[in-house]
Design a binder for this molecule. Structure first.
Ligand code: ADP
Ligand code: MG
Length: 153
């Protein structure tokens, strides 16, 4: 299947899903996170990063646009582009180089940066659903397909 949907009843379920995702992701992956403010995008990233061994805080980098997490064998870049306004900043800040075969990039509000960001291997959509959230993970590449396949088992 190209996509898969789950119900997440509460915040703990979102964190747990992030941990499941952590087991499935591979270096080189670009993931777009879609959903309104408060949908749970950062909560999901927090669950993923904690499962990958990050012990500290995970907050949305609303003003800095990106937060790097250098883990054991992997760098994870968490973008929040909600306040992104200046396309020239993209290259000036070296953001392009963050997307490479050794890193995982998770991007909140990717549409704010238009065509500047590489296309995603996965699109993740979060939306409110009966007090909890519905999450859909869609694959756009072979690497993405492998992640969806792994989440299905
Ligand atoms: P975003 O990054 O999308 O703006 P956050 O993750 O910062 O959203 O905030 C999401 C809010 O929703 C938090 O208050 C969190 O506790 C809550 N939340 C996360 N997942 C769920 C869920 N599955 N059900 C109910 N509330 C959730
Ligand atoms: Mg956020």
């Amino acid at each position: 299947a190209h996509d898969i949907t789950f119900d997440l009843a509460d915040e703990a379920a979102t964190l747990h899903f992030g941990a499941q995702l952590a087991k499935a992701v591979t270096p080189g992956l670009t993931v777009y996170l879609h959903g309104d403010l408060g949908a749970g995008k950062t909560t999901l990233v927090r669950g993923l990063l904690h499962a990958l061994g990050h012990a500290g805080k995970v907050k949305s980098p609303t003003y800095t646009l990106v937060e790097p997490y250098v883990l054991d064998a992997l760098a994870v870049y968490h973008f929040d582009l909600y306040r992104f306004v200046d396309p020239e900043e993209w290259d000036a800040a070296g953001f392009r180089d963050y997307f490479n075969p050794a890193t995982i990039c998770l991007v909140e509000w990717p549409e704010k940066a238009g065509d500047l960001i590489p296309q995603p291997d996965l699109d993740i959509h979060l939306q409110p659903n009966a007090g909890g959230r519905k999450i859909t993970v869609s694959a756009n590449s072979q690497t993405g397909e492998a992640v969806v396949e792994s989440l299905a088992h």
